[in-house]
Design a protein around this ligand. Structure first.
Ligand SMILES: [Zn+2]
Length: 82
């Protein structure tokens, strides 16, 4: 797939899901990422909790925020900007 369609950037990261992303699931793997490193998955309303739980189950710090929210770092304590 070629990234010429800007809308593709706002589609949920869940495999097979084509829903518009409403949330940013920001996370970090503390074993390989420094504190200022932020990885971001996009999530629709339906898959937000799925993606967050997937990461939490791996003991990764996760911070869920409204899509487009700038997140500089993901704190060690799990937070949810619900
Ligand atoms: Zn989805």
């Amino acid at each position: 797939m070629i990234g010429t369609n800007a809308a593709a950037d706002t589609v949920c990261s869940r495999a097979g899901c084509q829903e518009h992303a409403e949330w940013d699931v920001n996370w970090r793997n503390p074993r390989i990422h420094s504190i200022d490193r932020v990885k971001t998955w996009l999530a629709c309303d339906e898959h937000r909790d799925f993606l967050r739980d997937y990461l939490v189950a791996r003991d990764f710090p996760v911070l869920v925020a409204r899509h487009g929210t700038i997140v500089d770092s993901v704190p060690d304590v799990t937070a949810d900007a619900k």
